[in-house]
Design a protein around this ligand. Structure first.
Ligand code: NDP
Ligand code: HSE
Length: 405
């Protein structure tokens, strides 16, 4: 009999327990042997829970129990979760986590410990919620050279943008709703400032390069400056504004990962992804492109991904570790190129007296404000254009990339 421990009984952890017992019979058939949840670790009191006998507040109960071979970490953060996951791996237990902060900050170290201890460190739930993306990237698409990934990787911000655009809801009310639905991070600044999407693109970038890409190396901008005015003007241009996380491989092998509110034209399926849904477009030299779509956050969708890892581990137990899902530490300056070299069309909204009309622009509006989209230019050239507009008496109120995938 395989014994499982769940760390954290919040939104995701309680979903893992609920979905396991709801579908236990079919899950055990898939695993091919008996299995049960032996422990649930949480600091809160759950003496009224039907699972009250499984609760512990002491990680050592789990670490020192040889019966436990699989641990699902759903606590969040990179302090206690890091200590606990490390202790579990050190004692030879396999771990699955939904915690992207932990994977983005400590992935290389934890993967190395897992390899050393001949166990697995899985994190399918850390990117895209319910969407299978980690395993497809390093298994189903392993034959490809992955050249570009771009998509919506944060459900909370997509939910907020949708409520603002479609229901005219203000930002704070929409954020409160996302929190009540269990989508947002404990500190929702991580969602709205783009840090959560940044952690996720770091994980995908690490997978496709085999090198740990750290959040500090990634240009990251959130949605807090997005106005309804820009949303409407983007619509006039034929685009939706989405928080896009992306990574592109350059000819010299370096990558440019970034997170930014971005205009996505209506001919791109990603522009139609609404509510808490995420979508990830993957480009490879064999496949051309593949789009992954599904619920990006929430209790049962995320639990589904955590339990997918648990089932994968328990059914293959004793058959070695998953060596394909790994990366090593590296100096990011050697692999991450300056985002200012990235090229795409740029949306500008300019107020004031500037009479600058760059060549080859598509003008969206030329009334109180000048609103236009440039041809493909680099972020550095866009900065130069902004400087010349400013020195000519204008003010750039908004400057956003247009998605090119
Ligand atoms: P919650 O805050 O709902 O749940 C975390 C639980 O762990 C809480 O009950 C918390 O207690 C408990 N906990 C925290 N620290 C400790 C500790 N040191 N010892 C024991 N228990 C502890 O978070 P979520 O379930 O929403 O998220 C968990 C992880 O999954 C995070 O990394 C998150 O980013 C990730 N994730 C979340 C998704 C979602 O839709 N919510 C989707 C995908 C990933 P207390 O509340 O008292 O701190
Ligand atoms: N806060 C995250 C989101 C949870 O909204 O996408 C899923 O990782």
């Amino acid at each position: 009999m395989s014994k499982i421990a769940v760390l954290g009984y919040g939104v995701v952890g309680s979903g893992v327990v609920e979905l396991f017992y709801k579908n236990k019979e079919s899950i055990l058939k898939k695993i091919g042997k008996d299995a049960d949840i032996k422990y649930i670790l949480d600091i809160r009191d759950f003496s009224d829970s039907p699972y009250k006998d499984k609760f512990t507040k002491d990680i050592n109960d789990i670490v020192n129990d040889d019966e436990v071979t699989m641990v699902a970490e759903c606590m969040g953060g990179a302090t206690f979760a890091y200590d606990f996951v490390k202790a579990c791996l050190m004692s030879g237990k396999n771990v699955s986590t939904s915690n992207k902060e932990l994977v983005a900050k400590k992935g290389a170290e934890l993967l190395a410990i897992a390899k050393d201890k001949n166990c697995n460190f899985f994190f399918e739930a850390s990117v895209g919620g319910a969407i299978p993306i980690i395993r497809p990237l390093h298994k189903c698409l392993a034959a490809n050279e992955i050249t570009q990934i771009a998509g919506i990787l944060n459900g909370t911000t997509n939910f907020i943008l949708g409520k603002m655009i479609n229901d005219n809801m203000d930002f704070d009310t929409a954020l409160k709703m996302a929190q009540q639905l269990g989508y947002a991070e404990k500190d929702p600044t991580a969602d709205v400032e783009g840090h959560d999407a940044c952690r996720k693109i770091c994980i995908l970038s690490s997978l496709i390069t085999g090198k740990h890409i750290y959040p500090e190396s990634v240009y990251t901008k959130g949605i807090t400056d997005i106005t309804l005015k820009d949303v409407k003007l983007a619509g006039k241009f034929g685009a939706a504004i989405k928080l896009i996380a992306s990574v592109r491989k350059l000819a010299d092998g370096k990558i440019i990962p970034m997170v930014s509110p971005t205009l996505v034209t209506y001919d791109n399926l990603i522009s139609r992804v609404d509510d808490v849904f995420n979508a990830v477009m993957v480009c490879g030299d064999g496949i051309d492109r593949a789009l992954f779509y599904g619920r990006g956050a929430g209790k049962l969708p995320t639990a589904s991904a955590v339990l997918g890892d648990v089932i994968e581990q328990l059914k293959t137990e004793g058959r070695g570790t998953d060596t394909a899902q790994t990366w090593v530490d590296c100096d990011n300056s050697e692999i991450v190129a300056d985002y200012k070299n990235a090229e795409c069309r740029m949306y500008f909204r300019v107020s004031g007296a500037s009479d600058i009309r760059p060549e080859n622009i598509e003008i969206i509006e030329d009334a109180d404000e000048l609103v236009f989209v440039t041809q493909k230019i680099s972020f550095a050239e866009a900065d130069k254009l902004e400087a010349s507009i400013t020195s000519n008496g204008g003010k750039v109120e908004a400057k956003l990339p247009v998605l090119d995938i």
